[in-house]
Design a protein around this ligand. Structure first.
Ligand code: DQA
Length: 147
């Protein structure tokens, strides 16, 4: 089972950016947590990060026929990008949304997620653990145990 984990803009700045919101752990820490959890869950995870909307759209399109599931934290593009929503709908790969912070408790503009409209569910406010929950859900969903 192959899962593509997509991270959007500024997530490469984890550890530096707004530590009161996102914590002090770095993007390298997040990648190593994801790979470790993937091993434990018995799935293969490929991790992609970009600060560019079109690069994220390209990566989603390239996932067609290759990946079984997508975990996506589109970061700020969650709240603006119809292109990412359309790409997720185009490939029809089961997807789950993640936000490290609790977007429901922040500025009102963070409550709308276009990417989330193409996702089976969302994990928000769980920190890095949200990625583990998303992979666990996808593994069970894809093997027919969930949903
Ligand atoms: C985020 C929340 C977004 O609103 C924000 O723009 C981000 C990160 C999160 O993981 O909590 O960059 O997606």
């Amino acid at each position: 089972m192959r899962i593509l984990v997509i991270n959007g803009p500024n997530l490469n700045m984890l550890g530096v950016r707004e530590p009161d919101v996102y914590g002090r752990r770095t993007y390298a820490d997040l990648k190593s947590d994801i790979l470790c959890w993937a091993r434990e869950l018995g799935v293969t995870a490929d991790i992609f990060q970009s600060n560019h909307e079109g690069a994220i759209v390209d990566r989603i399109q390239e996932a067609y026929g290759v990946f079984d599931g997508i975990v996506i934290n589109a970061a700020a593009y969650s709240h603006t990008s119809v292109a990412i929503l359309d790409a997720l709908r185009a490939v029809r790969i089961p997807a789950v949304e993640v936000h490290i912070s609790d977007v429901t408790k922040r500025e009102p503009f963070r409550r709308l997620s276009y990417a989330g409209m193409a996702c089976l569910r969302a994990y928000s406010g769980l920190g890095f653990e949200g990625y583990r929950q998303a992979m666990l859900f996808l593994r069970d969903y894809l093997s027919g145990k969930e949903g």
